[in-house]
Design a binder for this molecule. Structure first.
Ligand code: ISE
Length: 353
């Protein structure tokens, strides 16, 4: 430190040094978010399977360095907390490694690509909590931080809509990455609706049925797109979830809650509507993908995570937890089985440790 650089003020806690595993579409967005908008944190280390990409992302962040592996990042002295944004099949091992290193971790959904792996994370955290009293895992179900989701949940909880009979959900992407087959549509896309059902209704999904309509014009090999998933909850609510991941139009996520006293709809994000002065048309635009559509929810989720770490608060009280991730994986497993089964497939779960 030069003689002209003021000494750090001991009264102001240093920034949380975040290590980001995976700097593809989602991870790079989180690096920008932490670097530009999140208070009290900075990205200190990144790693990615594609080192060139990691170098490119780190190069835009002052003081950020690249390491060769998730293990090296998790063990790094200059990493206080870890954000996992790698592909879902790596999340179990990386989350368990963070728990073993006693470092708080925000793991992007899904927690794992099957309930057995997700349950391993739950068990590892339970053992760590028994020793330290501290939960370590926050799960990236960011829709819980969406303003409209929170408002709808409060309205349902307050009884404003009466007794809920149906939720009609729509989850539309403009396109998906190559290889995004049916099981990915369930574990990586529908997983958001699975968590949203518990979030809105405060109860668990007990059965799943999948209906495969006529394929859309852009369904890829191994993909039934669109797909209709039916969920049944413990109290008998039926949820319809239209998954359409190659619309080519844009990103639309909608919820309609049908109750005995009212019907509420969120996700009708129109933004600016323009009347075109020629051709007698009017219209607006559709977000390209989840990053612009849920930017505020992602920001709120990551800021809540960093604030909990800086305050020494219980991160599990500020976000979805490893247990929420396990329950979602168990429902997704029933959904995966329902892809090739007629009727509802029951959801089975392990006891909570
Ligand atoms: C992606 O991983 C996300 O989490 C998006 O929110 C979801 O809409 C998309 O389908 C997933 O692939």
């Amino acid at each position: 430190m030069s003689s002209t650089t003021p000494a750090p003020d001991p009264a102001v806690p240093a920034d949380v040094r975040v290590g980001v595993i995976g700097v593809g579409q989602m991870g790079a967005d989180h690096v920008r978010r932490i670097s530009e908008r999140i208070k009290g944190a900075r990205v200190a280390v990144v790693t990615d399977y594609f080192r060139d990409k990691a170098q490119e992302i780190a190069g835009a962040v002052p003081g950020c360095r690249v390491v060769d592996s998730p293990e090296e990042l998790i063990g790094a002295e200059d990493v206080d907390a870890v954000l996992i944004a790698s592909p879902g099949q790596f999340h179990r091992d990386q989350a368990v490694a963070c728990i073993d290193a006693r470092k708080p971790v925000l793991c992007e959904k899904p927690l794992a690509m099957n309930p057995e792996d997700a349950y391993e994370v739950v068990r590892a955290e339970a053992a760590a909590v028994a020793e330290t009293g501290t939960p370590y895992v926050s799960l990236g179900f960011m829709r819980r931080f969406d303003r409209e989701y929170a408002e709808l949940r409060d309205a349902i909880a307050a009884g404003e809509l009466g007794r809920i009979s149906l939720l009609n959900l729509k989850h539309r992407n403009a396109h998906t990455l190559p290889g995004f087959v049916d099981t990915m549509m369930v574990y990586d896309s529908a997983v958001h609706e699975v968590d949203a059902i518990s979030y809105f209704l405060d109860e668990q999904v007990t059965g799943v049925q999948v209906l495969l309509p006529v394929a859309g014009p852009r369904a890829e090999e191994g993909q039934h797109d669109p797909m209709l998933i039916l969920f049944r909850t413990a109290s008998g609510v039926i949820v319809t979830d239209e998954l359409y991941v190659n619309t080519a139009a844009g990103y639309e996520v909608r919820t309609e809650a049908v109750g005995s006293a009212g019907i509420a709809t969120i996700g009708l994000e129109h933004g600016r509507v323009t009347t075109h002065l020629e051709g007698g048309r009017w219209g607006g635009s559709i977000p390209a993908d989840f990053r612009p559509r849920f930017i505020d929810a992602y920001d709120a989720e990551v800021q809540a995570w960093i604030a909990a770490i800086r305050e020494g608060a219980n991160v599990a009280e500020r976000s979805a937890t490893a247990w929420d991730g396990y329950l979602a994986a168990a429902v997704c497993q029933a959904g995966e089985q329902a892809l090739s089964t007629e009727g509802f497939v029951p959801v089975s779960t392990q006891p909570r440790p």
